[in-house]
Structure formats: C-alpha cells, structure tokens
Write a protein that binds this ligand. Structure first.
Ligand SMILES: Nc1ncnc2c1ncn2[C@@H]1O[C@H](COP(=O)(O)O)[C@@H](O)[C@H]1OP(=O)(O)O
Ligand SMILES: [Mg+2]
Ligand SMILES: [Mg+2]
Ligand SMILES: [Mg+2]
Length: 353
C-alpha cells in the first residue's frame, strides 16, 4: 500500500509552526552579539540554532529512526566562547517547545508545558542534522532560517522542512512569517505556511496551520508579463544573467526580488511567473535543504523545477545538489520557454569568450 505521509505532514506543519513563533520572537529581541559569521562568511543567529534544535527534537520524538540533513551544527556552541549564545539558544528553544499553542497542534508530539530539554539534549538535537544524505531511505532536511540575511533585514525568510524518500521529496513545508497572507489585500497582515505532499497537492495555511487554501500556479497569458522571482543577494544568483533571459523572452515586467524559499511559495500563488537562480561563479554548490520543500511545492501546484540542462534536481547526491547548473522553476507552459531562453543566453555568453 502506498504511504499517505499524512502523519509526516501534520508533524512537519506543527514543527514549522512552533519554529515560526520562535523566529518571530527572536527578531523582536535580537541583539548584536547574537549573530555569528560562519566559515563560508554567511551569518547565523541564535534563531537559526534554536529553530533547528526545536524541529529536530520534535522529529526525534515522532520518527526516532529518521536521519536529518540540517544546515546548522553546534560545534561553535560547545566551546567556552559560545556559552552566552548557547544559554540563549537553550532558553529560546525550550520556550518554543513548551509554549501552549492553540488548536491545530494536538497531540503535542512530546512537547508542551513541563517538557524542558537539557542543554546537552538540545545541542545533540542540532547535531543530529549532520547526516550525509544519499540516494536511499528516508531523511528529513531542515533549513531553520532560510534567507538569514533577509531575516536580519526584517524582510523575507522561511523555515523549511522536507521529507525525502529514496531521493524523491515526498513532503515539503515552508513557513513564511513575513509574507503577506494575501498579496492582493495587504491589510490582512503577514504570515503563512505552505505545505505539499506528493500526489496530494499544495496548500497555503495560516501560521497556526489552519484554513487550507489549495495552490495552483495560474496560466500565463503573455510572456511580456512574466515577472521573474530572484534573490535579493546578487552573490547568490546572477541578476545580469536574468536580465538577459528577460530580454530574450521579451519580458517587460521588472523582477521581484526576495530572500529565501518564499520565492517558490510566491510562484505558487502567481506572484511571479518564474524563479530563476543561476550561479554567479564557480564553486558554490546548492544545498538540498534550500530547494527540497520548494521543489515539491511547485510540482504539486502544477509547475516544473529543473536545472539549466532541463534535468530534475537530484536530491540523492548527499548534502548538496552536486555540480551547480542553476535552478529554473515555473508553471508548465512558461518553464520550457524560460529553459530555451536560458540555454540561448548561455550559448551567446560562451561564444563571447
Ligand atoms: N554563493 C552562493 N550562491 C548561491 N546561494 C548561496 C550562496 N551563498 C549562500 N547561499 C545560500 O542561498 C540561500 C539564500 O538564497 P536567497 O538569496 O535566494 O535568499 C541561503 O540558503 C544561502 O546560504 P546560507 O544559509 O548559508 O546563507
Ligand atoms: Mg545559513
Ligand atoms: Mg538556506
Ligand atoms: Mg539557513
């Protein structure tokens, strides 16, 4: 019998919901010495560590045998110089794990009032994210704060969780605390969770995990109006390459820039016509936690996600997607045209050198 993954989706939504409560409260109170710079020069905050500890703890309670590929590790927190940050992370994670939340979160998956974790348990929970990945079996991916730079700017970021089984994403959940609930009605406020299960469609939920609205990428009537979604950070994805592709397609709309996998979610709501992420140089390999939930969300909303060779993303190669051929996500009708334009621009650039 095929697995329904209903339990996995429920747990994932509950974990992302609690993590969103945590990250929002961290942003309100974040102070200067609560951010570290990692080896690759990217920032990481107490919110990233605490959210990974929280999600990993919930997964451990319900699926103790599932390995986890998580972005963060606790090595900087285990040393003496990490003590202040460590204490803060432990208190944040415990607050979020034990907070009594309203409906939509029952049963509590082993968390809730009186279920405080020790410092060692929470550091170990972060480090359970050290799985190397691979092509077989079940594994979860956690990006506790995707778009940390956006988070620090008070702009878009996302709490991202996925279940991969035998290299294929089966469940994806993306929490976007700063994304408008309804872009056509800004007065409705911000904060949404997006969720997809393979073969069962994609949905937008409230930040409480309730009130599902099915997601379907709307058809595009003219290429001129295809709004590209792209990174804010020019170092993460080439803006100039996107401009060339836009010109090749005759696109008139100005691109919509936002951080994180909120781009995938926005595409599913028709806020942009295509998400294009081309490498800016050599060396950087895309991570599976940066694309797995977004990929299933787009596919279940009727769209297509490939690299610039037109191949599906391969989540079975380890912690990264392997050689970086970029990412193109769009509705079915638009994807083939964007892919052709990307390959045309690549050909022109090659001819130049
Ligand atoms: N050189 C790079 N190329 C592409 N993506 C990058 C690069 N450096 C960091 N990233 C990752 O891009 C993601 C954010 O992308 P976006 O620009 O779409 O918001 C983050 O997960 C970030 O990793 P990190 O979490 O380590 O900062
Ligand atoms: Mg990061
Ligand atoms: Mg990320
Ligand atoms: Mg991150």
């Amino acid at each position: 019998m095929a697995t329904s993954y209903a339990q996995e989706e429920k747990v994932a939504i509950a974990a992302v919901r609690r993590a969103c409560v945590l990250t929002s409260s961290v942003f309100e109170k974040l102070i200067k010495n609560e951010t570290l710079v990692k080896g690759d020069k990217s920032p990481v905050t107490v919110g990233d560590f605490a959210a990974q500890a929280l999600i990993s703890t919930i997964l451990q309670n319900v699926f103790p045998n599932d390995p986890i590929v998580g972005e963060e590790d606790a090595s900087d927190l285990r040393v003496e110089s990490g003590k202040a940050m460590r204490d803060r992370i432990i208190s944040l994670a415990n607050d979020a794990l034990t907070a009594p939340l309203a409906a939509g979160d029952d049963p509590l998956w082993g968390v809730g009032p009186g279920k405080d974790q020790s410092a060692d348990e929470l550091l170990d929970a972060i480090d359970r994210g050290n799985y190397t990945g691979g092509s077989q079996g079940r594994m979860w991916t956690i990006d506790p704060i995707d778009g940390t730079k956006g988070f620090l700017r008070g702009e878009q970021y996302a709490v991202c969780l996925s279940l991969i089984v035998d290299s294929k994403v089966q469940v994806g959940v993306i929490g976007c605390p700063n994304l408008p609930i309804d872009p056509a009605h800004p007065e409705k406020g911000v904060g949404a969770i997006f969720s997809a299960v393979r073969g069962k469609g994609a949905r937008q939920l409230s930040l409480e995990g309730t009130d599902p609205i099915p997601l379907r990428i709307p058809p595009i009537t003219s290429l001129e109006a295809v709004k590209f979604l792209e990174s804010v950070e020019a170092a993460h994805s080439s803006h100039s390459f996107n401009d060339r592709v836009s010109a090749a397609l005759g696109v008139k709309a100005t691109p919509l820039r936002m951080d994180s996998q909120a781009k995938y979610a926005s595409l599913c709501r028709g806020e942009g016509g295509a998400y294009l992420r081309m490498p800016t140089g050599v060396g950087y390999k895309e991570k599976i936690w940066d694309h797995a939930p977004g990929q299933i969300l787009v596919e279940e909303a009727g769209g297509v996600v490939t690299n610039s060779r037109g191949e599906p993303l391969d989540f079975g190669l380890g912690r990264t997607l392997g050689e970086n051929y970029g990412v193109i996500a769009a509705g079915k009708d638009v994807h083939s045209q964007v892919l052709a334009a990307v390959q045309k621009v690549q050909g022109e650039l090659k001819a130049k050198v």
